[in-house]
Design a protein around this ligand. Structure first.
Ligand code: G6P
Length: 612
């Protein structure tokens, strides 16, 4: 979860490190720290609180070094405090380490090291790492250039769990070592300088050329060189990947918050995700070459993901089932991986992940692969871990999403899943040509319809001002309107800390209506003309019991008797969630602002959940 940055070059390191951490705060923000190599010693500066609190530290401006490591923390082991924040040093102050991930056997390692006389100053699992490196470094009686590498390798052999680690050592003052296993890490290549980061946006303003690390690779960085080694310390070659995200996409660009900026970026994100896929006769998706025969052999599709990405899967279930006539199950990755799902080589499993680094989603993919199922990853990050594990990978092109609460990634996922469903149906030759034409046209015109929705923010803001003090809210919908309501409810919880529940309207009478009383707020989405009459009856039932209703309907739907209505342009039921989610995103946003909360960095949450 936490964020990592590193630098070795000819510029002063501390501003680069802190700047990088500021861009990574969406990963963790309870404490932060840096370690730089100052002349003959490592200087560690850390503080509890946000990254900006590092500026308050005495001496931070005096750091001169041109190499260092840095970390912003999302606490797992040990409460947020200065002692528990990274970097951590070994007892001899010779090795400084920052770490993302979890060392599962740290108790055992700590006891082993304690028996060897080591002392521990924090409650973290991380502190065993520098001490273990020190232990192996001292045991090694050979004195050659690879001594530090060997110590790191030996220490890693003892670690169980997930890690991305940066190491600074006074024994090699012109070198840094990094290693990864099940936790993301990239190297940014510069001219006579090199960068390290857990996420590309942290160093995007310095370089566009990246080496993407694979599990168990160890990297040695100097100013001029990056050398890669496998687990046996055999040198390996890696290709540079160029990332075409503009720097501005990781900046606020005049918006008050990243979330608002990302909401308004949705027309562009959808345009870029659709790209040229629908331009020629048949749909083409780069990276996919599924045949009719293969798709005919598929007996089930699983859509597996976490959080918002899982909600995108819930919308897409309807698309795949209605257009391809293949049964679809949508699964929460953390459940899927432990429930022994019924999968075999006839199962197609699709994983949706903005970051491509979510631990549970990756584990679910590995499980399905081991059972012979085909795996297809949908991610927003080129070269992310999930895309390197999957048999097939396709991409949303939403650009970097910085706000913890996902917006443009969700709508891009929904549109890409729609196109995927249409692609399957076309290959299977089971879709009516006119229907296909209409669905394609609906997608192509979608960005301008989103622009229309984004012009009408005032009524949503006004409604948010009326209800922001409430403790509970309800979201209702049927069909894909229900699927998108789940996402609306999640947005509200995430950034406004208001408890909310989303229900399929038809379920209302089976329990939740007992909670409806005078003044309760209900957000009702009704965009599907086939279901609207039933939905309106349900809404009337809550109005009768005193609920304040904000209805989100499409322009062709009559809404007699409702006071607060947000109209969205008409489109088909598969993609209407892309339009109807926008008022919900804005609603959550305005409530959060009204309450004076930090929209982009909600409490306790992190953008990428890279641990279980
Ligand atoms: C976290 C984020 C969510 C995200 C989920 C899945 O919980 O806060 O916004 O939807 O992880 O992330 P992924 O990167 O796999 O889509």
């Amino acid at each position: 979860m936490c964020g990592i940055v590193g630098y070795i070059g000819n510029k002063k390191a501390s501003p680069i490190l802190i700047n990088g951490l500021l861009r990574l705060e969406y990963r963790g923000y309870d404490s932060a720290g840096i370690a730089t190599m100052e002349d003959d010693k490592i200087v560690v500066m850390k503080n509890k609180g946000r990254v900006s609190s590092l500026y308050e530290l005495e001496g931070i401006d005096d750091l001169k070094s041109t190499m260092g490591i840095a970390h912003t923390r999302w606490a797992t082991h040990g409460k947020p405090s200065k002692e528990n924040s990274h970097p951590h040093m070994d007892n001899s102050n010779s090795f400084a380490v920052v770490h993302n991930g979890i060392i599962e056997n740290y108790h055992e390692l700590k006891n082993m090291l304690k028996n060897e006389g080591y002392k521990f100053l924090s409650d973290t699992d991380t502190e065993v790492i520098p001490n273990l490196i020190h232990y192996y470094y001292n045991k090694d009686k050979t004195d050659d250039n690879n001594k530090l590498l060997r110590a790191v390798k030996n220490a890693c052999n003892d670690l169980k769990g997930s890690y991305a680690i940066e190491i600074l050592s006074i024994h090699n003052k012109d070198k840094m070592i990094v290693v990864r296993k099940d936790s993301p890490l990239v190297i940014g290549k510069g001219y006579k300088e090199n960068y390290i980061a857990s996420d590309i946006p942290a160093i995007l303003s310095y370089t566009k050329d990246f080496y993407l690390l694979d599990d168990n690779e160890i990297v040695e960085l100097t100013r001029d060189e990056v050398k890669f080694y496998n687990q046996d310390l055999k040198e390996i070659k890696k290709q540079v990947t160029s990332i075409d995200w503009g720097t501005a996409s990781a900046e606020k660009d005049g918006y008050e918050d990243f979330m608002l900026k990302e909401i308004f970026e949705q027309p562009r994100a959808i345009r870029e995700t659709v790209g040229a896929k629908l331009d020629n006769g048949c749909i083409e998706i780069e990276g996919l070459d599924f045949t009719k025969e293969y798709l005919q052999s598929v007996n089930k599709i699983y859509l597996v993901a976490c959080g918002t990405a899982m909600h995108a899967g819930l919308v897409a279930k309807t698309v795949f089932e209605k257009l391809c006539k293949i049964p679809v199950e949508v699964d929460i990755a953390s459940e899927f991986r432990y429930r022994d799902p019924l999968i075999d080589e006839k199962t197609l499993t699709i994983y949706i992940s903005q970051s491509g680094e979510t631990a549970d989603t990756i584990a679910a993919l590995k499980l399905a692969k081991s059972k012979g199922a085909k795996t297809l990853a949908i991610s927003n990050v080129i070269g992310s871990s999930i895309t390197r594990e999957a048999d097939y990978s396709i991409y949303t092109h939403a650009g970097p999403e910085i706000a913890v609460a996902s917006t443009k990634a969700y709508t891009s996922q929904v549109v890409l899943l729609n196109i995927l469903g249409m692609y399957f149906a076309e290959k299977l030759e089971i879709i009516d040509k006119d229907l296909m034409k209409k669905l394609k046209a609906d997608i192509l015109i979608l960005p301008s319809k989103i622009e229309e929705v984004l012009k009408n923010t005032d009524p949503i803001c006004d409604f948010a001002k009326k209800v922001y003090k409430e403790k509970d809210m309800f979201f209702l919908g049927r069909g894909t309107d229900y699927a998108v309501s789940l996402e609306g409810s999640l947005k509200l919880k995430e950034i406004s800390y208001i408890h909310s529940e989303s229900y399929a309207s038809g379920e209302l009478k089976h329990g939740p209506i007992a909670l409806i009383e005078n003044g309760v707020t209900v957000i009702a989405t009704m965009t599907n003309p086939d279901l609207v009459e039933k939905s309106i009856s349900n809404v009337q039932e809550v109005v009768t019991r005193g609920a304040k209703v904000l209805a989100i309907t499409s322009e062709d739907i009559k809404n007699d008797g409702l006071n607060q209505v947000i109209k969205i342009p008409k489109t088909n039921e598969f993609i209407s969630p892309i339009l109807s989610v926008i008022p919900m995103q804005l609603f959550a946003y305005y409530i959060s602002k009204e309450k004076g909360l930090d929209v982009d960095k909600p409490r306790n949450l992190a953008k990428s959940v890279t641990v279980e």
